[in-house]
Design a protein around this ligand. Structure first.
Ligand code: SF4
Length: 320
């Protein structure tokens, strides 16, 4: 609790922030699997990129593994929201494992788009970050060599492709909207024949969270982005805030990570959260401010979201 002499600070919350429909669905899949089949339920990789979420599910009986060979016969296994290469469900079937696929339907949409372009004879350029699980999953939908990964505008100039090669581009769902637009413009300039995705691949949640953080940045001396260091969409929010002119944009996983010295003397601090960060962590951060400051809270909403995704049929059906 603060005393009446505590310095004043205004917190400006970006909305939308935090959980998206794909993350919400992935967590529900693990929770429902635990209720239905009992612990342990195995999860291949972090179900979403957030330590708090992973630890909470582990406390309920989820066991996180790197690879399928760590899953014992007969135990259910869940694949993460980022999607998996085709070889993963194939390996699960070969071992007769019961699996639930928590791949976000918007990531699956990118996979189906890539397959369509491949069937129609196009070489596919994927704009994304090397090594990110979503990129590994998307590239793994097609035979090796079918998809070329690029990360920057400079990579476009390096592409060793002729003007007559049938081409299409697809993107990771959690990229910076602005950076990606520049890369796409460079691709279209160099390869006018290149096909677009049918519908934008950067997902609604990424787009909305980036627009919301841009909208609060003008009013704020600093912006805190709650999210994990391996969460692509959280890292992009920090970049967007910096690009919009914010000199103090920090990524924090929890309240304990806040660099209070960097906030000294500032009077308005913006707060947002990546798509895999629960609202609980936003509340924790606000509470940490209340311990040090006399706080007022304001929210700036730039969109409302009502997207929901269905759970896999195996979890919808009544228990046997
Ligand atoms: Fe799906 Fe977008 Fe959320 Fe990723 S960030 S899980 S693509 S809704």
């Amino acid at each position: 609790m603060t005393s009446s002499t505590a310095p004043k600070i205004e917190l400006v919350l970006a909305a939308p922030r935090g959980f998206c429909a794909g993350v919400d669905r992935a967590i529900q899949i693990v929770e429902r699997a635990l209720e239905r089949f009992g612990a342990p339920v195995y999860v291949r990789h972090e179900i979403v990129h957030n330590r708090f979420v992973v630890d909470s599910l582990a406390a309920k009986g989820a066991i996180f593994v790197d690879e399928l060979d760590e899953v014992p016969q007969g135990a259910p296994v869940v694949f993460s929201a980022h999607g998996v290469p085709k070889s993963v469900p194939e390996a699960a079937r070969a071992r007769n494992l019961f699996y639930l696929d928590a791949t976000c339907p918007l990531v699956s949409k990118v996979h189906r788009g890539a397959e369509r372009h491949y069937r129609e004879g196009r070489k596919i350029i994927l704009i994304g970050h090397a090594g990110h699980p979503e990129v590994i999953g998307t590239m793994g939908q097609l035979p090796e060599g079918a998809v070329i990964l690029i990360e920057t505008v400079a990579d476009v100039a390096r592409l060793d492709l002729s003007q007559t090669t049938p081409l299409a581009y697809i993107t990771q769902t959690t990229l910076s909207v602005d950076d990606t637009a520049e890369i796409i413009a460079a691709l279209k300039q160099r390869f006018p024949q290149i096909e677009n995705p049918k519908k934008e691949d950067i997902c609604y949640a990424t787009t909305n969270r980036q627009a919301a953080v841009k909208a609060i940045t003008a009013d704020c001396d600093a912006v805190l982005v709650i999210g994990a260091p391996n969460s692509s969409n959280s890292l992009r929010l920090v970049e967007v805030a910096k690009r919009a002119g914010c000199k103090h944009a920090q990524l924090v996983q929890r309240a304990m990570d806040i660099d209070w010295s960097a906030l000294q003397g500032l009077s308005v601090v913006g707060i947002t959260a990546g798509a895999s960060a629960p609202e609980r962590l936003v509340e924790e951060v606000i509470e940490a401010f209340r311990q040090r400051y006399a706080v007022t809270v304001r929210e700036i909403a730039t969109a409302s979201e009502a997207v929901q995704f269905k759970l896999p049929a195996a979890l919808d059906a009544p228990a046997a």
